[in-house]
Design a protein around this ligand. Structure first.
Ligand SMILES: NC(=O)c1ccc[n+]([C@@H]2O[C@H](COP(=O)([O-])OP(=O)(O)OC[C@H]3O[C@@H](n4cnc5c(N)ncnc54)[C@H](O)[C@@H]3O)[C@@H](O)[C@H]2O)c1
Length: 332
């Protein structure tokens, strides 16, 4: 049983602590937040509350941290936790630039602790099936990804919320939703070579931008076309096209409360098929995979190279959104 401290008890930290109630692999030993108002939530949970990160990571009762804090803090918190020999699960994005992700990964490796990241889409059953189809060669040579992750949840946030700021969330919807699709694309197509991003404020009061169009060109010559919008109702789609066939996963609801998926595939000379997937707790599956890695039962399924390449490409997306130009990715 991995004893964790959940750090950051906002939207996602509360979802995660809820999911971990009575879990057989992870036990929430502490919750940490700098906002004293979060203590009331901790009381309701019956879990000791602290507002001191440093004290928490020094505690022998804590073996790991689950970081659900603002993006610009991730790198430093990963390094501090790793140096205190605590395993780290960090919500996405691991860092906001290449230099920081390299620092964070190096600190975890130097201290022999596991590092995991909140890309739960990797654990969704139809996405696992799509990756399996690609790996087994059923789709032939992979040609192109088309994907969309949109939602309108941020429309009701106060304008000064950190998630709506250029400092914490460059390129508008990118760190909220686009990053999940970038992660899946890198998982399928490998390291990115260059990116072209356009962020516009078209249909809301979100001055940091509500509409992202992103083209990523990969080193193997393929492309991913990613759409992420914060001013339209929920949409979730990830499709990959290959020389023998294609597969398309559609989410029925946000990962916060999954309602299942539909996987459609069309392989040349076969009947087009549609498969329904019931809801499945992908966020929890990711956390359990982290516990398995921390306790030496199985390697964490997302390779570190891909975690790093994701942030290398993310930095180029930020540059392109600012410059309006195609920007090269500085790879690992
Ligand atoms: N994987 C997903 O699908 C998913 C979904 C939502 C959010 N997230 C990620 O979760 C993270 C948190 O986002 P959120 O929407 O819950 O934000 P939030 O603002 O709702 O919560 C952040 C919390 O962190 C606390 N905090 C800030 N600095 C802190 C510090 N130094 N130590 C301890 N607590 C601190 C704040 O007081 C707040 O309660 C982000 O990385 C975000 O991208 C992931």
């Amino acid at each position: 049983m991995l004893k964790v401290a959940v750090v950051g008890l906002g939207w996602w930290g509360r979802i995660i602590t809820g999911l971990l109630k009575e879990n057989s692999k992870l036990f929430v030993a502490r919750v940490v937040d700098v906002d004293p108002a979060a203590e009331k939530f901790a009381l309701g949970l019956g879990v000791p509350f602290s507002n001191e990160f440093e004290k928490t990571i020094k505690s022998p009762d804590v073996q790991a941290v689950v970081l659900c804090t603002p993006h610009s803090q991730h790198c430093e918190q990963i390094v501090r936790a790793a140096n205190a020999r605590k395993h780290v699960f960090c919500e996405k994005p691991l860092a906001l630039n290449r230099a920081d992700v390299l620092k964070a990964v190096a600190a975890c490796n130097a201290n022999g602790v596991a590092l995991a990241v909140g890309h739960e889409k990797r654990f969704e059953p139809p996405i696992l099936e799509l990756f399996g189809m690609a790996a087994r060669g059923e789709l032939g040579t992979l040609l192109q990804v088309e994907a969309n992750f949109s939602q309108d949840r941020f429309l009701s946030m106060p304008a000064d919320n950190w998630r709506l700021t250029e400092k914490e969330a460059p390129a508008g919807p990118m760190t909220a939703t686009g990053i999940h699709l970038l992660d899946l694309s890198i998982g399928l197509l490998g390291p990115a070579d260059n990116v072209l991003a356009r962020v516009r404020q078209l249909g809301s009061a979100l001055v940091n931008g509500d509409t992202l169009a992103l083209q990523i060109s990969f080193k193997n010559g393929t492309n991913a076309l990613i759409s992420a919008i914060l001013a339209t109702p929920f949409e979730g789609r990830f499709a990959v096209y290959g020389s023998k066939g294609w597969a398309d996963v559609r989410d029925k609801a946000h990962p916060e409360a999954p309602e299942g998926w539909v996987l459609t595939s069309n392989i040349r000379n076969q009947q087009k098929t549609t498969k329904e997937y019931p809801p499945s707790a992908a966020v929890l599956a990711n956390l359990e995979a982290f516990a398995d890695a921390a306790e030496g039962r199985a390697p964490y399924p997302v390779p570190q190279d891909q975690m790093i390449e994701n942030i290398c490409a993310l930095e180029a997306v930020f540059k392109s959104a600012r410059s309006g130009n195609v920007e090269r990715v500085e790879n690992r």
